[in-house]
Design a protein around this ligand. Structure first.
Ligand SMILES: *Cc1c(COP(=O)(O)O)cnc(C)c1O
Length: 394
């Protein structure tokens, strides 16, 4: 097989993990939906839970291995573990690296499952201690450090506020107490941001979002050094049962081929839509890392390679009913959860959300709209927003 270790990112998106199929000569690897693989002639000494040996699809599958190879290459990591969803990947990190004496520093605005796992389940069931801090404020992170801090978990840009945390500075701090740094980089994708190059130990993705990019398959991944990934494979992958379907792994491999093209387009349209919204009189605020008005724009500029992806949050002047009317007046943009799809998606979070107190003040008054800008033309997206604003009298 050709060696792509010196190839450019665009080339590796297409070729790493693919090969000519030995049996048919097909130039694309097939989907292997088998649950089991033929055992060696002497299986008497086999480790049945070996996460790197093809034995049983719950402990690894051919398509999973190809996808892991490609993701490790794109993030610049030694190894990768792929699981069924982004949440399975998050649980995999927490399950593998936290024990009863551990202390964790976690961003206080994060994906909701992180909040629940670290706010309730890990502290209540296993006695893990967690400090939730504003990780965009380096002093707050520094103050929260303890000798037994085992993990600092960041999400940057964060969901749903787009808050940006300085990965390189926090990685330096973590080293002083020997803590690992994990970064949920789902909003950026490896085309825009590569946390391992900035000193993080683990980078996590919901493959469901930009990496697959087409809204039709779920997956999650963690990338990092061999010994860290091996631990997640042996503890969480093999024993928690969150295996990815080979079909989904194959779909995600296909989706990833166009990752650079899509991320450029998402970012270009995201910027245009953010600027349109910021200038619109009925809009109360816009949070997008590409705007000068974003409180961490400078950090974003430094660590995101000048592209800011396609997710933004904004507020409109009006009560809950007006927000609902606005969303329902949209014709092109679909009201649905998830981000990073080809189609534009919008979600209204009301002022009674369980985590609303963690969000910046502007988000709290009447709730906010999280908008995942899709691959439709900027003109059509902006026209749809305009007609919906006019329909609700904004
Ligand atoms: C969606 C999302 C997740 C969870 O991923 P699933 O594939 O839905 O389990 C984790 N982190 C972020 C930032 C997300 O947007």
């Amino acid at each position: 097989m050709a060696d792509f270790s010196n190839s450019d990112f665009l080339t590796r998106c297409i070729h790493v993990g693919n090969a000519i199929d030995k049996e048919t000569g097909a130039i694309r690897r097939p989907i292997t939906m088998a649950n089991s693989y033929r055992l060696p002639d002497d299986a008497s000494t086999l480790n049945w839970s070996d996460p790197n040996n093809l034995i049983y699809t719950r402990t690894t599958s051919a398509n999973q291995i190809y996808l892991q190879e490609r993701l490790a290459s794109l993030e610049g990591g030694e190894d990768c573990v792929v699981l069924a969803t982004g949440v399975a990947a998050l649980a995999g990190i927490f399950f593998s690296f936290l024990d009863k004496d551990a202390h964790v520093i976690c961003t206080n605005v994060s994906y909701v499952a992180v909040y629940r796992l670290l706010h309730e389940y890990f502290p209540d069931k296993y006695g893990v201690e967690v400090s939730f801090v504003d990780t965009s404020n380096l002093d707050e992170v520094r103050k929260a450090l303890r000798p037994n801090t085992k993990l600092i978990h960041l999400e940057t840009p964060g969901n749903p506020t787009t808050r940006v945390s300085d990965i390189a500075e926090i990685a330096k701090m973590a080293k002083t107490v020997g803590a690992l740094v994990s970064v949920d980089s789902t909003f950026a994708s490896p085309y825009i941001q590569r946390p391992l190059e900035l000193g993080a130990d683990l980078v996590l993705h919901s493959l469901t979002k930009y990496i697959n990019g087409h809204g039709d398959a779920m997956g999650g991944a963690v990338i990092g050094r061999n010994e860290l990934i091996d631990k997640i494979k042996r503890e969480a992958m093999v024993n928690l049962g969150g295996a990815i379907s080979p079909f989904n792994a194959w779909l995600i491999m296909r989706g990833m081929v166009t990752l650079p093209l899509r991320m450029k387009q998402h970012s270009e349209t995201g910027q245009k839509v953010a600027e349109f919204l910021e200038a619109y009189p009925g809009v109360t605020f816009v949070a997008y890392p590409g705007l000068e008005s974003h409180p961490q724009h400078a950090v974003a500029k430094k660590q995101m390679h000048g592209l800011y992806s396609g997710v933004l949050s904004f507020g409109i002047d009006g009560d809950v009913a007006r927000h609902n009317d606005f969303v329902n007046a949209l014709q092109l943009i679909i009201s649905a959860v998830s981000i990073g799809h080809d189609e534009s998606l919008i979600v209204y979070t009301g002022p009674d959300d369980e985590r609303i107190d963690y969000y910046p003040e502007a988000f709290r008054k009447n709730g906010f709209l999280r908008f995942s800008v899709g691959l439709e033309s900027a003109n059509d997206i902006i026209a749809d927003l305009k007609q919906a604003f006019e329909k609700v009298g904004l």
